[in-house]
Design a protein around this ligand. Structure first.
Ligand SMILES: Cc1cc2nc3c(=O)[nH]c(=O)nc-3n(C[C@H](O)[C@H](O)[C@H](O)COP(=O)(O)OP(=O)(O)OC[C@H]3O[C@@H](n4cnc5c(N)ncnc54)[C@H](O)[C@@H]3O)c2cc1C
Length: 338
């Protein structure tokens, strides 16, 4: 057995056990969400002990040098002393500039960062509520076009963060965020390369940034965007995207609905299936897949089989909170806010 020290307490753990599991099992109020090393919510610092290599996979060198690691990807390697992250190292502050509904279930949140953020359109940041709850959201803004950071957030009725953003967050409030992170962004190495963008739900957010980045950077190759939603009401940027399609001859927009009757301008079916039916040969294409993790995983494989090179398939899977066997709510006080 090994000793895991956190916040002045000592917990017993077996060698090889997952560090986040140990903390959750002992009811430590540690932030976490996806448990797959994507959302970065559980980033912590190791003051004593050795971080397992995979627990530092996606971290910047500066953070690795300070012994930061992701608890969800770490295994117990011996006695460990873990500290909560240092706010000044990891987090920046932003003010809510505006917050409005884009549709019944999607909120457009615009944040003005206290200091300029250097990012690529399509990357994501992790927003942190004052009580520590953290979730990742993709940037829909483009650094050289927009002065503020834009997010499209789908309201999950029982979702802790999205419910709070939709109902409690107000203009002028402040939020902390970590990032940017992620490799799903426009690569301008070949302006003639055709680009296929497939997104479901608010998976449109990063694609909207990537699309505008490519168009305003003078991309010459075809750009095809398939946006999928269960119902027409979920196609929350339809009007704006048809306007952009009217402006740019190399951009096509295809809204898709997977349930119910499709309006005349939409196709009926799943966005990824429809895209791959229309474009059977993807050799030489750049492919961007964002949104539902199942769609992203499945379409990565299909795009590869259709000829897209692995290096040209970019993705941003919206991994959501994975509660596994632990059904307890790590933020029980939030219930009053629902
Ligand atoms: C890299 C990345 C980028 C992301 N970008 C965006 C974005 O731009 N816009 C956006 O709206 N979301 C995005 N997400 C998802 C976001 O981080 C949250 O997971 C989402 O807002 C739900 O959080 P919540 O706290 O409201 O719900 P939680 O309290 O975390 O979840 C409540 C319950 O709903 C379930 N649940 C949550 N989300 C889903 C889902 N999509 N499908 C099925 N069940 C679900 C959970 O498992 C849980 O049981 C992104 C996630 C990642 C990892």
């Amino acid at each position: 057995m090994s000793d895991i020290r956190y916040g002045g307490q000592v917990y017993q753990a077996s060698l090889g056990e997952n560090v986040l599991d140990v903390l959750i099992r002992n009811k430590v109020n540690v932030p976490y969400s996806c448990r797959k090393g994507v959302c970065m919510s559980c980033i912590s610092r190791l003051d004593e002990g050795r971080p397992s290599p995979q627990s530092q996979d996606n971290l910047k060198t500066t953070l690795i040098e300070q012994n930061y690691f992701l608890a969800c990807k770490a295994t117990v390697t011996g006695n460990m002393t873990i500290a909560a992250p240092d706010d000044a190292t990891l987090y920046s502050r932003a003010r809510v500039k505006s917050i409005e509904k884009l549709s019944g279930e999607v909120t457009r949140l615009v944040l003005q960062p206290a200091t300029p953020l250097y990012y690529h359109a399509g990357q994501y940041v992790t927003l942190r509520r004052p009580d520590g709850l953290a979730r990742s959201y993709s940037l829909a803004s483009v650094p050289f076009l927009d002065t503020a950071l834009e997010f499209h957030i789908r309201h999950m009725p029982d979702g802790l963060m999205s419910n709070w953003i939709a109902k409690d967050l107000k203009e002028g409030d402040t939020l902390d965020f970590q990032g940017p992170t992620g490799n799903c962004f426009y690569v301008s190495d070949d302006p003639h390369k055709p680009i296929l963008l497939i997104g479901t739900g608010t998976g449109l957010a990063p694609l909207f940034g990537i699309l505008r980045d490519a168009l305003f950077s003078g991309h010459k190759g075809d750009i095809r965007l398939y946006h999928g939603s269960r119902l027409d009401v979920g196609l929350y940027l339809k009007k704006r995207l048809f306007e952009i399609a009217d402006q740019y001859r190399n951009f096509w927009y295809q809204p898709c609905v997977s349930s119910g009757v499709a309006p005349s301008e939409c196709k009926s079916g799943r966005a990824a299936d429809l895209a791959l039916e229309d474009l059977e040969d993807l050799s030489g294409w750049s492919v961007y897949l964002c949104g539902d993790p199942g769609m992203v995983k499945d379409t990565q494989r299909k795009a590869y089989l259709a000829g897209a090179a692995t290096r040209d398939i970019h993705s941003d899977a919206f991994e959501y909170r994975n509660m596994r066997e632990n059904k307890s709510d790590p933020y029980p006080n939030d219930r009053r806010k629902r």
